[in-house]
Design a protein around this ligand. Structure first.
Ligand code: TMP
Length: 393
């Protein structure tokens, strides 16, 4: 395994075993052709970066049937409103703005009064089409040095590039950062948010790791990576989204905030920049797996029925790593029409709609969307069963 930025060899420190595509919800007739890969993770001490070893090609994951729409969560709509307010300070009246991985346009909609100077790049056809329908200018393609050549007027002239839960999906970080460099104006700003390594380690939320998340970043890693391209991390602001994320602000001038220096010091104390923290994480994942499997076995031995709530991509990692299937979980309910009526990747648990959930209540619910806990518990106040998840054991 090679570090994708430094090209130095790195050894995987952990395997989660055979994994299917995290968002590869499938029909019964496709079970026998299902694609699996060995999900191993490694750590480059050189740039403090946790990364997947092998992963499916992006084209396999982000296609015309990508089953995730940002606007499916009210909480995320609110989050993107506040994210938009945060970045407005980097824009002037005629500034150009690009979003990488703009999904259904939820973020860019907040800038609709400036739609001549806005472009979203979204590779998944179905979500890109929804954005276009909502009048958000969207290019249906991956964001890279080749595709940005088509937007000549943006080269060297873009004041703001934003991304959210996308940079960790892009295998070729070299090409990504080159593209950002080609687009940014002299005083331009690149802002992106990603699930944070420190939060993942603290909560043992190993389900952040799946095919689409090739990297899990920390402040130390982002700082070291961008410095290689003469771009500088100048600010980092913790976010509550996705169970703990970090917002990174990158500029051409190395003018670091005191907050960054403080977080980097904290990361050093926690050894987030070294392999030691990964080995501890590996141990904690094994303990977490044993706990959740034991817990489910106890519930089943007590004769309790269990369903899953929200067929998240994260649930694919949990279910396959812990080998939890239909004998334990009757069904998983979800709001996304692309998933309903299909089966979960790998373990083949049926996915049902919310109406089914209301009519077929189980004694217990595994909350796979644990990062949306408040929103969901508030919505499902009438359900009197027992809610649990692996992050709360
Ligand atoms: P993700 O964690 O892979 O981004 O997917 C979130 C999934 O959770 C998506 O399929 C929609 C589903 N979901 C619900 O079904 N109900 C909810 O209340 C929320 C917040 C999400």
């Amino acid at each position: 395994m090679k570090c994708k930025i430094t090209h130095k060899p790195i050894k995987p420190f952990m395997s989660f075993g055979k994994m299917p595509i995290a968002n590869g919800f499938l029909e019964k007739q496709d079970f026998s052709k299902e694609y699996f890969y060995n999900m191993e993770v490694g750590f480059s001490e050189d740039i403090s970066l946790l990364q997947l070893n092998d992963h499916p090609k992006p084209e396999v994951m982000f296609n015309e049937n990508y089953p995730f729409f940002t606007s499916s969560s009210k909480h995320m709509i609110e989050h993107f409103k506040s994210y938009a307010n945060f970045v407005r300070k980097y824009l002037n009246t005629n500034s150009k703005l690009i979003e990488i991985g703009s999904n259904d346009g939820t973020f860019l909609k907040n800038f609709s009064n400036n739609s001549n100077n806005i472009i979203g790049f979204e590779p998944s056809k179905n979500v890109a089409e929804l954005a276009q329908k909502n009048k958000v200018p969207t290019i249906n393609s991956f964001f890279n040095t080749k595709t940005i050549a088509n937007i000549n007027e943006y080269l060297g002239n873009t004041d703001l590039i934003c991304a959210s839960n996308v940079i960790c999906h892009i295998p070729d970080l070299n090409d990504l950062i080159k593209s950002v460099d080609m687009l940014l104006s002299l005083d331009g700003t690149f802002v992106f948010e990603e699930p944070y390594l420190g939060s993942m380690f603290d909560q043992v939320s190993y389900d952040q790791i799946y095919d689409e998340h090739i990297y899990v970043f920390s402040v130390s890693s982002v700082s070291k990576i961008f410095e290689r391209f003469n771009l500088y991390l100048v600010d980092a602001i913790p976010q509550k989204t996705h169970g703990g994320s970090m917002r990174y602000v990158v500029k051409r001038k190395n003018d670091k905030s005191s907050q960054i220096k403080k977080i980097i010091e904290e990361e050093k104390i926690k050894k987030l920049d070294q392999i030691e923290s990964c080995l501890m994480f590996k141990n904690n994942c094994e303990i977490s797996k044993k706990r959740i499997v034991d817990k489910i076995n106890i519930l089943k031995n007590q004769g309790k029925s269990i369903c899953g709530y929200a067929a998240t991509s994260k649930s694919t990692t949990i279910l396959n790593y812990c080998q939890i299937g239909c004998d334990q979980i009757d069904y998983i309910c979800d709001t996304t029409s692309e998933k309903i009526g299909k089966f979960s990747p790998g373990m083949h648990i049926p996915i049902k709609d919310m109406d089914y959930f209301r009519k077929n209540q189980t004694d217990c619910i595994y909350l796979f969307a644990w990062n949306h806990k408040l929103e969901i518990l508030n919505k499902e106040k009438n359900f009197k069963g027992y809610w649990f998840s692996h992050v709360e054991l």
